[in-house]
Design a protein around this ligand. Structure first.
Ligand SMILES: Nc1ncnc2c1ncn2[C@@H]1O[C@H](COP(=O)(O)OP(=O)(O)O)[C@@H](O)[C@H]1O
Ligand SMILES: [Mg+2]
Length: 370
């Protein structure tokens, strides 16, 4: 329900900078994900919002209230962890009614709330079950129910689906989002799984080493990544090194090895500077005839993988760069290994980024290995 606002928040553990000046607003009733590789600070940010730890500096607002000095139990939050955190010696019913009872609600009220939330998570018929008699997916639904029963308006989930097997995980992620939406809650969902974040989030913040690199809808992050890291971490990208040889009208021409020139949609890098071209495999066009069209590089098919819906081609360009192109299997016109092809780079989907400062392209994208 509430908006959550993080202003200039930093947090160190000894000399490890876990969060480096975070600024972020999560909107009222938004389902929002914090996404990034292990160790980037996601859990730390969630624990700060929950009040389980204090920031070194900065302010945290929940629904316009500065909560820096408000204890966790007065923040109206529900926290769901990766590990199943239900009381093992209590039934589902006792787990969900524990919060209302502790808060001093009378028996009748606690009973009403208990029935309501168990209906919501569709586990009413299992109210007598102990946690060890429930599946992982059921336990996490009970954990959500328990948070709701305790009056949570803000749902915080830390890798809450991480322990579930793939099939259950894929189903329950939609259920949890729907529950949050139906109840007008604000949800903050921590995950290192980009496909999970893409599937269920209104918006996502991509984090790396204690910083937020980009905030956007799944579509924005996919179509308009603002850094090599985001282009790498979300979906799949080809990266080709070169330098900016000229610029015009906001576009750039990037020269790659062997003097080949490719035009990119943006002008983020100064002329003469080392740069990295970035293009998604499915935006490339592969043509049979070796023709000299604009923004086209010749190559040879090195490997072909049939992926069902798609054909995946690994193509060695004439300057020795290896790139991946993906074509729909339905589109026909398949190629064979060793075949000479022409790869067309679509200007609108080809982006240029500055070469990473103080590291290499390889290092830049290895941090985000999944
Ligand atoms: N209690 C702690 N004591 C010391 N270092 C910590 C503590 N909690 C987190 N860190 C460090 O802070 C960084 C961010 O951790 P964390 O927020 O858990 O990342 P994530 O959840 O994204 O994997 C990591 O380098 C981690 O080792
Ligand atoms: Mg974590």
């Amino acid at each position: 329900m509430p908006e959550v606002r993080i202003v200039n928040v930093s947090k160190k553990f000894g000399n490890i900078v876990a969060l480096d000046n975070i600024n972020l607003t999560i909107r009222d009733q938004e389902y929002f994900s914090l996404l990034g590789p292990s160790g980037c600070g996601k859990t730390t940010l969630l624990r700060l919002i929950a009040g389980l730890i204090d920031p070194d500096s900065g302010e945290i607002y929940i629904g316009n209230r500065l909560v820096n000095d408000v204890p966790p139990e007065d923040r109206d939050i529900g926290f769901v962890f990766q590990t199943f955190a239900l009381f093992p010696h209590m039934t589902a019913w006792d787990n969900v009614t524990y919060g209302p009872k502790v808060k001093g609600f009378d028996m009748a009220e606690a009973t009403t709330i208990g029935h309501e939330v168990l209906e919501m998570v569709k586990l009413h018929e299992r109210l007598d079950a102990y946690p060890n008699e429930l599946s992982g997916g059921m336990m996490q639904r009970i954990a959500v129910a328990r948070a709701l029963a305790a009056g949570a308006k803000l749902l915080l989930l830390d890798e809450a689906l991480g322990q579930l097997d793939a099939k259950v995980r894929n189903e329950i992620r939609y259920e949890i989002r729907k529950m949050a939406k139906d109840l007008n809650l604000t949800g903050i969902h921590v995950t290192h799984d980009q496909s999970e974040a893409m599937a269920i989030s209104d918006r996502i913040a991509v984090m790396k080493r204690g910083r937020i690199l980009q905030v956007g809808t799944p579509q924005e992050l996919y179509m308009k990544p603002e850094s090599i890291f985001v282009a790498h971490f979300i979906g799949e990208s080809n990266f080709i090194e070169g330098y900016v040889s000229s610029k015009n009208n906001g576009n750039s021409v990037v020269e790659i090895r062997e003097g080949l020139k490719i035009q990119a949609s943006n002008g983020a890098v100064a002329e003469g500077k080392q740069a990295v071209l970035c293009v998604r495999p499915e935006t490339l066009t592969v043509e049979k005839s070796v023709k000299k069209a604009s923004n086209t590089v010749q190559g040879t098919v090195e490997r072909i993988t049939f992926e069902g819906p798609n054909m995946r081609y690994e193509i060695r360009l004439e300057n020795d760069a290896l790139i991946v192109a993906i074509k729909s299997s339905m589109s026909g016109g398949w190629f064979s290994i060793g075949e000479k092809v022409a790869v067309v780079f679509p200007v609108a989907n080809t982006h240029v980024f500055a070469y990473p400062e103080g590291s290499s392209l390889k290092e830049e994208i290895s941090v985000g290995s999944r």
